[in-house]
Design a binder for this molecule. Structure first.
Ligand code: CIR
Length: 257
């Protein structure tokens, strides 16, 4: 049974074509298609046994489907972030309301800024990208939050041509990282990590969600897919083109808890 048992998601806003964008694309062009892709994503989570709670969307917040950025979860507790982008701060109230009956929640305090897209849970470590959205104060507050639960924090500098750590890397299975070499150096990941390097042009394909031997992947990244199937994983590609156009990846669309 996968460690991913429950998740929140939030539907794509009618205003999604105004999402903040500039890394993977210049913005979504087809909101209806983005909604269909989101529906398929939610159905996929359910197919893998995840109990999904759908939160109401809000057209005042074009990026509100990217719930991952608003909170970091650790062993039944949640740390509400301070959004790395000012236009996204107001998304958090609904996320908080959706989780407060399920998790013990606390909040970061200024000057911390963090998007949850910069955080990968990796065994007993939290890998934290220091990016244009996430600062070192936030990494320290996350450290203070997870240390009593037995975890450490490993910081990774993110180059300015990438949005988040998880825009360029993921951990599809315990001990394993999928990422393109060009964004990282030899000290980026913990020594015990086994890294599968994917070609730079398939950077978007590095974002995956692993459910034991089954891995949810974005459609259209053959080298990344082959690297996973060569290792015996079953891959499950879904179309993400319009979500990608809003700079969102698979992991951005959910918070597992
Ligand atoms: C943003 O720029 O904030 C959104 N358009 C995309 C956020 C993607 N979230 C993520 O990678 N965790």
């Amino acid at each position: 049974m996968s460690e991913y048992k429950r998740a929140i998601v939030r539907g794509v806003a009618d205003t999604f074509d105004q999402a903040v964008a500039g890394y993977f694309g210049t913005g979504p062009s087809d909101v209806d298609e983005a909604k269909r892709q989101h529906d398929t994503y939610v159905a996929s989570l359910r197919k893998f046994g995840v109990k999904v709670k759908e939160l109401p969307t809000d057209n005042d917040y074009p990026d509100c489907c990217f719930v991952e950025d608003q909170v970091v979860v650790c062993d039944g507790k949640g740390l509400l972030t301070i959004s790395g982008h000012d236009t996204r701060k107001g998304e958090q109230d609904v996320v908080k309301a959706g989780l407060e009956s399920e998790l013990e929640l606390s909040r970061m305090t200024p000057p911390a800024r963090m998007d949850g897209g910069d955080v990968i849970k990796f065994g007993d470590k939290y890998l934290v990208g220091i990016s244009t959205r996430t600062n070192k104060e936030a990494a320290q507050q996350l450290r203070d939050f997870v240390t009593p639960m037995g975890y450490t924090v490993h910081e990774i500098p993110i180059p300015s041509n990438a949005l988040h750590l998880k825009s360029i890397a993921s951990s599809p299975a315990p001990g394993l990282i999928l990422a393109p070499r060009v964004y990282f150096d030899e000290n980026s990941f913990p020594e015990d990590a086994e890294v599968i390097w994917v070609p730079e042009e398939e950077v978007y394909g590095a974002n995956t969600i692993g459910f034991d031997n089954d891995i949810l992947v974005a459609d259209g990244y053959p080298h990344a897919h082959k690297a996973l199937t060569d290792r015996g994983f079953n891959i499950h590609p879904i179309e993400m083109s319009q979500i990608r156009a809003g700079d969102g990846s698979l992991t951005c669309l959910s918070v597992f808890y």
